[in-house]
Design a protein around this ligand. Structure first.
Ligand code: PLP
Length: 345
């Protein structure tokens, strides 16, 4: 593999900038299991305020944030309803079953869904069914190509949940990408569900960490589950400082990632064997291949050999993600490489 590849596999590959590292080096720290790390406390207060909620909890990963949420809102044997391609269903190592003992019923065709998809699936508390207890949403939707969950659908689903006495969690790993595209304030999303999680380590560019937000009582309980799941950390203000830095200084630039994704999508759309019906709404491009020579794994291998890393999402599907370590010039180079490969038959 060439040195310094153009890495489009994920927005998790970003590295902390020197200014972020400086903020980390200078962070005041304390023992966070005792609640005494001032930088963690500042990050939690900032996250809670941004989403208009009482409290927030710093956790090591987005997976842990989602898994704590599932545990908070359910009892073993309960049913959780979420989108067919939800991260919490497909990519969290079976955590919902292993850590909370719940069964997940996926609905809709992608990761987005509506009230009409949920209503026929709702189970009662009759003695023979797993009672539906939690609705989970993902915004933006990762596997669905960074799609924004429409606010009107989220509001209708949250309303349904309240009516039926169900809990709700929003996996907002990339919620700020959604805010960037829609112009909707984070507090609007924050007010919709019982809990919301978001990642600091994706497009925001921090090396580690996610946040869970909600009301104070729920976050006190979440702290206990974080410990149970092995996520209680000590002088972790060093990492929280990166998160604070990212929240203050890297949110506004997400719009640049979206522009790069669009530039890339428009560049590959006309290439032979590429099927891309919708242009990206945020920073993720997922395209299909219908090509005589290339399937997704082999194309990704050949592109990697030429210095462009992408992720095969299946035999015929490729994902490219745009983030703060990708430049406009690199997108042009990536397009040149792909054009060279795809025009070969
Ligand atoms: C990445 C991601 C997560 C989990 O994040 P990790 O920090 O990698 O555990 C959760 N949900 C979605 C939608 C994601 O894209």
């Amino acid at each position: 593999m060439p040195l310094n590849p153009i890495d489009l596999r994920s927005d998790t590959v970003t590295r902390p900038t020197s200014a972020m590292r400086k903020a980390m080096a200078e962070a005041e720290v304390g023992d966070d299991v005792f609640g005494e790390d001032p930088t963690v406390n500042a990050l939690q207060a900032r996250a809670a305020a941004l989403f208009g909620r009482e409290a927030a909890l710093f956790v090591p990963s987005g997976c842990m944030a989602n898994q704590i949420a599932i545990r908070l809102h359910t009892q073993p044997g309960d049913e959780v309803i979420t989108g067919r391609w939800a991260h919490s269903y497909l990519y969290e190592a079976g955590g919902a079953a292993a850590l909370s003992g719940v069964q997940i019923t996926p609905v809709g065709r992608t990761g987005l869904f509506q009230v009409a998809d949920v209503v026929p699936e709702l189970k009662s508390t009759a003695s023979f069914s797993a009672p539906t207890r939690l609705l989970m949403f993902e915004n933006t939707h990762n596997r669905g190509g960074g799609r924004v969950f429409p606010l009107a659908d989220l509001e209708a689903l949250a309303h349904l949940a309240r009516e039926r006495g169900l809990r709700t969690h929003l996996d907002g790993a990339r919620i700020f990408n959604a805010c960037t595209t829609t112009g909707i304030d984070p507090s609007v999303y924050g007010g919709l569900t019982d809990t919301l999680s978001f990642c600091l380590s994706k497009g925001l560019g921090a090396p580690v960490g996610s946040m869970l937000v909600g009301d104070a009582e729920t976050m006190t309980q979440a702290r206990w589950y974080r410990k149970l799941f092995g996520g209680g950390m000590r002088q972790v203000g060093i990492l929280a400082a990166a998160g604070l830095y990212a929240l203050e200084l890297h949110r506004a630039r997400l719009v640049d990632d979206h522009a790069l994704a669009r530039q890339f999508a428009e560049g590959i759309q006309p290439l032979p064997g590429v099927r891309l019906e919708l242009l990206p709404e945020t920073n993720i491009v997922i395209f299909d291949l219908d090509h005589l020579t290339w399937d997704a794994p082999v194309l990704c291998q050949a592109a990697a050999a030429a210095g462009v890393l992408m992720l095969p999402m299946g035999p015929k599907q490729v994902r490219a993600v745009f983030h703060l370590d990708v430049s406009r010039e690199q997108v042009m180079r990536a397009l040149d490489v792909l054009e060279g490969l795809l025009e070969r038959t």
